[in-house]
Design a protein around this ligand. Sequence first.
Ligand SMILES: [Zn+2]
Length: 270
Amino acid sequence: MEFSLSEFEPVGDRVHVAVAEPEGVNVGLVVGSTGALLVDTGSSPEQGRAIRAAAEAVAGGVAGGVPLTHVVVTHAHYDHVGGLAAFGDLVTLGHEHLARACAEGTPAPSQTFAMASAVNLGDCHVELAHFGRGHTDHDVVAVVPGRKVAFLGDLLETSAEPSAGTDSWPGEWGASLDWVAGMLPRDCVIIPGHGPALNMDGAGTQRGEMQWLHERAQALYHAGRGAAGAWAPDWPWPQEPAEQFVAQAITRMREAGRPRQRPTLPLINR
Ligand SMILES: [Zn+2]
């Protein structure tokens, strides 16, 4: 499929989302009274330029018109960071580990942070925070508290299941999501990295599915088994993404040298 960009559709008060194909990545736009912030940049500099033009048209047409001033990248995967070169004259932000994780030749953000940062857009601000490892070791969440919208990058996905790659941390992912959930209002609109928006209940369900899969991974690890052949139809996710998540969870346990024997309560062995 060729590159295409949907219209920026409203998901909150002057908060918009456009979908960039072929990866189906959600690109966010938050428009304040003095500037506007873009969340993620598409897969290539060409896509970044097209996204920039569309975002500037929206920001320029809202409430008297403001310039696009800031860009945040949620993580280093190419469909989120690949367009960053088109924004070199703006303030660009990302986690301090992002540059290390980017493919060679990808420009780094102009400002990085270890835990949190905030962007003032005049009549609203956007909080950027890293809550721990999950989809990658540098996932950044962008929260617009005054407008009850949060962009979670690929910590959540709804067009398919969340994707666990060799740079993912399945055992810590759920806890990172718990930290995020703790700072969001109950009626927050949650924009995943790919797919339609979800509410707090939907996010909680996906987090619970990850917990289930991680417990299954622990059981397999303690039994000296891998993920291959373990999947069954009653698992919460289809075979491929579930096996990837469980396999990566087992890889991380192995890397950490976690003891194989599952600890048991003394009473049980008596
Ligand atoms: Zn990703």
